[in-house]
Design a protein around this ligand. Sequence first.
Ligand SMILES: [Zn+2]
Length: 140
Amino acid sequence: MGGAEAVVSYHCGTATVSDYVVGGRLRWEVSHGCGDGVELVCGRGELPADLRAAVLAQCGTFGVRFPAGDRVAVMRVLRGRGVPVGELRSVLAQGVTGTEAEMVLLAGQLAAAGVAVVVSRREDPDLPGVGGSQRRPTPP
Ligand SMILES: [Zn+2]
């Protein structure tokens, strides 16, 4: 899932970075064409911070907001993802943002708990909860 790729400088040139969901878990990979072959680095879970930042910047920040009705089920999923009890209230109110793959994974976990959410692109990650942005990015 996902399929969006970011390009980062790497070794002697550039590499493509992507994250995606496989079997209900996050995976990521970095692919770099080098000399006589392709160098591939991959891992599980969330992307390393610098690579994640590149994916967010180039592929967009995505977000999930939680429906008002299913708080108990949502809280259970959030707790399962390691959200501290003290932050549950604010996370419930603000929603969660991340890479598209991270949000697809979260939406899948919520769906399994019977909570339907929509993954949508956030125009401006600095303004969580604001639908419209005054600064419109120019299309590529
Ligand atoms: Zn190289």
